[in-house]
Design a protein around this ligand. Structure first.
Ligand code: URA
Length: 216
């Protein structure tokens, strides 16, 4: 897997990351969702550099111009529910693409151990297409691996681009072992560790709760 960590150079992206982490700012859920969306826009712009392009002849009022346009058939899939604001961010730039949704949640067997349950899946055929899989928090990596396994029944994808906001190094290593070698990971920033409950440290807390409210 080819990893693109975008926090290795300074840019406005860091302002958005700073706000979603900050306990004083992140409680404003509308701002939190919008910041995740803005990060999705930046990550998808960066990802676009790796896509295949063809030349489109465009007619302007004054003449013709050859313009490179994306030729990959893209399907954007997000992991419910935390993936929704990131999904919207990618969709803001790739507004014509197909969409898929999948649910994955941690079912705890003890306070510290859990297995990933995948239940809901709505997806078009993925045969020969480029899959953009979005999940804001790449923690252990086990949900993304479970999701990729579940998506296999929708067809054989040509390539996978993973988009995450914060990733733990452990999760990146786990996903790298399980995803095809030609996959790309686009991540806004990487954190060093996970706590005993599988949360990213320092991370930001629970992305789904911050975006949509607490759950039981
Ligand atoms: N999911 C989250 O929302 N936060 C984490 O730190 C890990 C998984």
């Amino acid at each position: 897997m080819i990893v693109h960590n975008l926090d290795t150079s300074n840019s406005v992206l860091n302002h958005f990351i700073s706000e979603i982490r900050d306990v004083k700012v992140q409680k404003d859920s509308m701002r939190f969702r919008r910041n995740i969306e803005r990060i999705g826009e930046i990550l998808s712009y960066e990802m676009s550099r790796e896509l295949k392009f063809h030349t489109n002849k465009v007619e302007t009022p004054l003449g013709l111009k050859n313009v490179p346009c994306v030729s990959d058939e893209l399907v954007l899939c997000s992991v419910l529910r935390a993936g929704l604001p990131l999904h919207q961010g990618v969709l803001n730039y790739f507004d014509q693409i197909e969409n898929a949704f999948i649910s994955a949640y941690r079912q705890h067997t003890t306070a510290e151990d859990f297995e990933i349950k995948v239940e809901y899946l709505a997806s078009p055929s993925l045969d020969g297409k480029t899959l953009i899989l979005v999940d804001p928090m790449l923690a252990t990596g086990s949900s993304l691996v479970a999701v990729q396994k579940a998506l296999k029944k929708m067809g054989e994808v040509k390539q996978i681009h993973l988009i995450s906001v914060i990733a733990a190094q452990e999760g990146i290593d786990y996903v790298s072992e399980h995803f095809p070698e030609n996959s790309h990971l686009w991540v806004a920033t990487v954190d060093p560790e996970l706590n005993s409950k599988g949360y990213i440290v320092p991370g930001l807390g629970d992305a789904g709760d911050l975006a949509f409210g607490n759950k039981l």
